[in-house]
Design a protein around this ligand. Structure first.
Ligand SMILES: [Zn+2]
Length: 189
């Protein structure tokens, strides 16, 4: 199926964008993929969006959007972090400036950014994905890992939408260990 970013909700795009920063503490996967205008443009090119221009301040706006989206996804998982309220407020201030337009006769990008060729075009594409996801009901399936030292974004494909961790082997296992240690302290044998 051809990509239709303005017709279908591209939740994977949202998750990949959030995961350009990995915050897992004490972990080799800690990373920042968007730290200069060039890396921001390169990231969008990799996603197939080739007309996203960037300047220095655009990196800051990308980070505001990213951490706001992370906070939004955490709501789907009761996984709110201490910075989430501020991150959400900053993202909403930015998002109201992003304008979208709709062409009822466009089968490829019905809903799309009104502005083209700027860094905000990219941020508006993310807003398109959120909007379409909210409209088609898929949005609550985009989540972040409930481990506050991790917070990787993922798409929950389980039937009953019950997934909590990015990975059962890593964060799920760590949570189990913690629960076990707490119980063990509470009921020493
Ligand atoms: Zn995780």
């Amino acid at each position: 199926m051809a990509r239709q970013p303005g017709v279908r909700a591209d939740l994977d795009l949202v998750c990949r964008f959030v995961n350009t920063r990995g915050i897992l503490a004490d972990n080799p996967h800690a990373r920042e993929e968007i730290d200069t205008p060039d890396t921001l443009t390169a990231w969008w090119e990799k996603q197939g969006f080739t007309d996203i221009g960037t300047a220095d301040e655009d990196v800051t706006e990308a980070h505001v959007m990213r951490e706001g989206l992370r906070a939004l996804l955490a709501k789907h998982n009761d996984a709110a972090g201490p910075e989430d309220e501020g991150a959400l407020a900053a993202m909403r201030t930015l998002a109201v400036e992003l304008r979208l337009q709709a062409d009822p006769d466009d089968d490829v990008a019905f809903l799309r950014p009104a502005e083209t060729g700027t860094a905000r075009t990219g941020l508006a594409w993310l807003l398109v994905a959120v909007t379409l996801g909210r409209a088609d009901g898929s949005w609550p399936r985009a989540k972040v890992c409930a481990d506050l030292n991790c917070r990787e974004a993922f798409r929950d494909t389980t039937r009953n939408r019950s997934r909590t961790w990015c990975s059962m082997q890593v964060c799920g296992a760590r949570a189990k260990q913690r629960t076990f240690a707490t119980r063990h302290r509470a009921h020493p044998e």
